[in-house]
Structures are given as C-alpha cells and as structure tokens.
Design a protein around this ligand. Structure first.
Ligand code: ATP
Ligand code: MG
Length: 429
C-alpha cells in the first residue's frame, strides 16, 4: 500500500483538489475560531486548518501534539504557511491520541538520548537518518559497481584482531568467546577465492576511553582485495568516499539545508584530489599547530582534531611506525620499522574515518608480528595457514560508517549519527 506523502502532493496542479494525508501532529495551535495543525510525515510538514462551525472542527479539537492522524481536505496556496500551501480540513480520522508530549526545545543531551525513541521523530534527526540511508545505499552501490562480492564473517570469534583491550568477552558454552572487532582475519581467508570482497556489518569494541567519535557497537564497511597494494587501496578509498559524498550532495540537498551544513568542504571532497602525507609530515603538521608530539606518538581524537581542523579536503596519513598498528599490517620491505598503511582523516576536525593498508603475506613475518604483539601464534593457527598454502599480496580497509555520517552532517558527536547509539554509558533505549 502506498500512502501519499506531503512532498508529492504539494504542487500547483493539486490546488483546489481534495487530498488525503496521514502523519503526526507536529504542533497544534488552537484559537477560539480555528485550529492549526502542522502535519508531519517522512517527507515534510504541511499546515492544516479547521474553522469553528465546520463539520470536522469537533474532531480536530481533540488532536494533541504528536497524535497520529489522517486528514482529508482541499489544498490551497498560502504564502504565509511553511512550503507555501495549506490544507482546509474536511474530515479527520484519529489513529492514536498522544498524551502530553515530553520533548521540548532546549533539552539537555542526556534527556534527548534517554528519549531517543521519541526524539527520532524530529525533523533534524529524520534528516540525519535520511543522509545515513544514502550513505549505506551508496557504499553498496560503489562495491557492486566495481566487481566486489558481498560476503559475511562471524560476530562470535575466538581471538582479538585490534588488540585485547577493547574485546567484549562472553561465555560461549564452556569456552570464552568475543564479539568481532573487525572481519579482518576472515576476510584474508575469503579473499583467496573471491579476490574482491566487502561486507557491511556491525563491529564491537569495548572502548574505555570515552571520546566524541567512539561507539561500542559501530557499522563497519570493510573491503579486501587480492594482489592489491597500499597505493591501490588508497585510490579505491578515495573513489568510494567521492561516490558517497557526491550522492549525498545530489540526493539530500533538503536535509543538508535543514541541518545548515556548509557544503564547501563536501563539494571539495568530490572535486579535488585528497591530500597524502607520510606519518612524519603529519606529526610536523600537528606540532606546527601547537602540539608537541614525538615521531612515534599514536594519533587519537584530540590530535587528529588539531591536525585536520584547518583542512578543506580529506587527507591520507600513510606509513605509520609498526608499533602503532596491529600485527596483520605489512612492514615496508625497505624500512621494516614502518608499515604499508593508510588512515583517511576527514577534514574540519573530524579525523580518522578509514584505516587500511597492505597485509603481511609471509608466514615468518606474521609469526614474528604476532609474538611482538604479545599474542600466541597457536591461537591463530588457521590464520597462519593462509600464508602456508599459496600466500598472495593483498590489501584492504575498514570504514567507520557512523563516523562518515557524523562528518558529512557535521554533527558534534558520533551518537547523533546513529539511531540508537551504544556507548559505555548507554544501552537504553
Ligand atoms: P581509533 O584510533 O579512532 O580508535 P582505530 O584505528 O582503532 O580507531 P580501526 O581499527 O582502524 O580503528 O577501524 C577502522 C575504522 O572503524 C576506523 O577508521 C573508524 O572509522 C571506525 N571505528 C573504529 N573504532 C570505532 C568505534 N569505537 N566507534 C566508531 N567507529 C569506529
Ligand atoms: Mg585505524
């Protein structure tokens, strides 16, 4: 069943016609002689009016803010109303009367997220979710258009990928298991048969350090490609981000305007080449902007905020010191203290949205890297096997989709980019 939407009926050819719409009462204003109801549906808002003495007036006067209703009436042009139209109500059907609605302007962040199930309905949150939908759709579109197979890895796993400190441990019958931090290890097995693969799935990390860009459950778009180098994967990441941002700019103008998003940097992202800087140059840039980092410092949310705040296109930070990256990153053959990797940092202070690079493809190096990271190679037998039977060079990346949405919409915290965010302090609603 297709319910007509406000944006589809608001045009001059419908003026004078009777139309029927469903939605929620975004606001209700009653006077002695008339009632103004702003109707809201997924596509927008429309002012509806009922005058005393008309047949629908009694029913209309029962409608409270956020009640769910159907209204039938004649569409009129009205320059004073939002969108330039008004509906003169002839008949009202009430699906559900709303009790006094708790959401008001000026609430604090904690109250808003405690009531996320209601706050969802607000035009701003709806706009973010529409952009988010375009982002997911565009990621699938990009991979499907470039010859990738979509494939899945398990969420229950037996070991760590990104380091033990952010593992969620759980009882798995008589054994310990963990929630997956990344599909990485499984991808490296699957890439040998399919060569170009991707997945879009949740990853789980018990992030103890609370920052504006960390969730405990986030959506991860990961890709792995046989025979690809770090440089190949950098080019692919750039094309993917350009594709996603271009789609948002063309499909979500209304939402970007509602969110008052300045679009200059998004347009640059589509049109200009991304910057590329080696790790050392990134450290120099940070220090030029007031930080005091050594040439082996890890970069977190605070450092990347400083590094990227003045940039107007994304930047690839490449070739990090080996000790800053997990064991599966391939050391540079001509400089074994650094790995062949890239982090894509979003501009405007947002920082890392993608981590990628070339993977270790020989058995002895992998065994050494596992031991250096304090891991027991015996726990990774199947993963080491991949190098035992016909190893190939391969590369891949992981994109944090929620972080990408946060940056595209220029939101102040990653929680705003997610329908029901999960953080160390929030599992309700
Ligand atoms: P960070 O240094 O910011 O903690 P990371 O280097 O640990 O991130 P990766 O392991 O490279 O992250 O994961 C790939 C991508 O997944 C990141 O670039 C980021 O966009 C996203 N990501 C990682 N951890 C989180 C998280 N806790 N919440 C949201 N997104 C995340
Ligand atoms: Mg990373």
């Amino acid at each position: 069943m297709d319910i007509p939407l406000i944006k589809d009926v608001l045009n001059s050819s419908n003026v004078g016609r009777e139309i029927t719409l469903r939605g929620f009462a975004n606001s209700v204003r009653s006077g002695k002689n008339n009632i103004f109801i702003i109707l809201r549906d997924p596509s927008g808002l429309l002012q509806c009016v009922s005058h005393s003495g008309e047949s629908a007036f009694r029913e209309a006067s029962e409608i409270t803010r956020e009640s769910s209703i159907e209204v039938k009436g004649i569409l009129k042009e009205d320059a004073r109303a939002i969108g330039g139209y008004e509906l003169a109500i002839d008949a009202v059907k009430i699906f559900g009367i709303a009790e006094p609605y708790p959401m008001k302007k000026g609430h604090k962040k904690v109250f808003l997220f405690d009531n996320r199930h209601l706050w969802m309905r607000s035009p701003k949150v709806t706009a973010v979710m529409k952009v988010r939908s375009t982002v997911f759709e565009s990621i699938h579109e990009f991979f499907n258009g470039n010859g990738f197979y979509e494939i899945q890895s398990p969420s229950f796993v037996g070991g760590s990928v990104e380091g033990g400190s952010t593992l969620f441990e759980l009882d798995y019958f008589d054994k310990k298991a963990y929630l997956s931090q990344s599909w990485q290890l499984y991808a490296e097995a699957m890439v040998n048969s399919l060569w170009k693969i991707y997945t879009v799935a949740p990853s789980f990390r018990a992030e103890k350090s609370k920052t504006w860009r960390h969730l405990t459950e986030f959506w991860h778009a990961e890709a792995e490609i046989a025979f690809a180098t770090n440089q190949d994967i950098i080019a692919l990441e750039e094309n993917m981000i350009k594709h996603v941002v271009k789609n948002v700019l063309s499909r979500n103008q209304d939402e970007l305007e509602l969110l008052k998003r300045d679009q200059t940097v998004l347009k640059n992202t589509v049109q200009k080449p991304f910057l590329r800087m080696g790790y050392e140059s990134i450290i120099d840039l940070a220090n030029k902007n007031g930080l005091n980092l050594a040439y082996d410092s890890d970069l977190g949310a605070d450092e990347e905020r400083v590094i990227t705040s003045k940039l107007d296109v994304p930047v690839f930070a490449t070739d990090f010191p080996k000790k800053l990256k997990p064991f599966y990153h391939k050391p540079n053959p001509s400089d074994s203290d650094h790995v062949l990797c890239n982090d894509l940092l979003a501009p405007e202070g947002y920082g890392e949205i993608i981590g990628g690079g070339q993977r270790v493809d020989d058995k002895e190096t992998l065994l050494n890297r596992l031991r250096e990271d304090g891991l027991n190679p015996n726990d990774y037998r199947w993963y080491v096997d991949i190098r035992r039977y016909g190893a190939i060079p391969h590369s891949g990346f992981g994109l944090g989709i929620d972080r990408l949405v946060m940056w595209i919409c220029k939101l102040p915290h990653i929680m705003y980019a997610v329908p029901f965010p999960r953080t160390p302090r929030r599992i309700y609603p």
